[in-house]
Design a binder for this molecule. Sequence first.
Ligand code: SAH
Ligand code: SF4
Ligand code: F3S
Length: 470
Amino acid sequence: MNMPSLKEAKKRTDKRVETKTYKKENKYQELLKNKTFYIKTYGCQMNEHDSENMIAILKEYGMKEVKDYEDADLIMLNTCSIRENAHNKVFGMLGRIKHLKGIKKDIVVGLAGCMAQEEVVANEILNKYKWMDFVLGTHNIHNLAEIVYDSFKDRKLKIEAQSIEGDIIENMPADRQNKYKAYVNIMYGCDKFCTYCIVPYTRGKQRSRNKDDIIKEVKDLIKEGYKEVTLLGQNVNAYGKDRNDNYNMANLLEDVAKTGIDRVRFMTSHPWDFTDDMIDIIAKYHNIMPSIHLPVQSGNTRILKLMGRRYTKEEYLDLFYKLKDRIPKVAISTDIIVGFPNETEEEFNDTLELVNKCKFDLAYTFIFSKRVGTPAEKMKDNVTLEEKEQRLYKLNELVNKYALENNKKLEGEIVEVLVEALSDKEGFVMGYSDTNKLVNLKGEEDLIGKIVKVKILEAKTWSLNGEYVE
Ligand code: SAH
Ligand code: SF4
Ligand code: F3S
């Protein structure tokens, strides 16, 4: 048993990060081969990519993926802790799985991902979910085969989710869900400690991968036919700051662009670390997409300060306008939290005012959710849930209005789309534009995997309809 500890998770030391190499262990193969598995993924792109690693590891041992959890020998939930409702969904699903395990005693059930790293969750599982087989933390993904093997051998609950600052594991296989677009981790963890956020505790300290490993991964993806990479991290603009080798995000963006891959994206950008050099590089290389996710969280400086975001409303706006000014046709999206503890009506109105100024292409909006162990958990809050819901509703109306307005501007324009799949509607295909807008167009399978020019005919709030030009 290696239980997570909130106290340990909060620690940051200058202990050096080790880069380790994943290796397959043949001794697990015999027992695991031909067993079936089902993985359900919650949360962000990081978690999706972790699932791609886990799926590939299990397949390497001869296991087979099934689409329905009721058909699986191994059921695994790759979980997210970011908000209360993510939690609730997982516990709801565990209820259904418990029922199944009552009927099919031989199945193995495991929980991985960010919830596995929460002390409160691990304790709850230890006390009330003894029927489960394992809990595997975010620092232990490379040990998946071992814990699954042990679980099939003896069905005692095992918890491997110690809170450590974390290492970097290279060479893990990935079974990518998309054939044309790939996620590439460039860093792990986060040291920003925004006061509402649980990620620094569930993912450990900020660790940037070696640039040569990243570039090699991108070059290999090109050879495999990939057209687009998204460089992933909680705070990608801070890439390299933990390495002291004078190589930063601007350098990395440039080197990735120079590999010649058709499209480069990156997320998420924290405004604090966005440098002028980065802006120059994004503007200079046509294969770095003009699409930036730049979470603002609030339009009020007092709230931003309480959130620990390290910028004022004015500083955010300066950066926003600079990006708009220097990167032709850039689309900017954001994240916003309403109902932070004691947020007043006026402070919320500042957020609306900022949205009115920025007219974001897209905004993900959330009601503040109290996370155990974060500083914001202890903050007094006199705003009722009803009030918070009303604010969210009002904000969404505004955000949707601007999403549609931005899309409308594209009517009649020609945009480049990487077609990635058949659309739900028969005779149509779908893909994303350079500015990351979902585009549906008439077309057949032969367009899939190609970057084509599309004339936009009709704009909706969440998507565009267009016709193939060339
Ligand atoms: N690293 C990214 C964000 C990752 S979490 C960044 O700093 O921008 C994605 C989004 O979830 C955040 O931007 C924030 O808007 C939201 N979020 C995080 N913690 C939250 C909480 N406790 N309650 C509500 N929303 C939260
Ligand atoms: Fe959370 Fe802030 Fe880190 Fe983003 S930068 S993951 S919001 S602590
Ligand atoms: Fe959720 Fe963990 Fe991602 S908390 S948002 S899965 S980093």
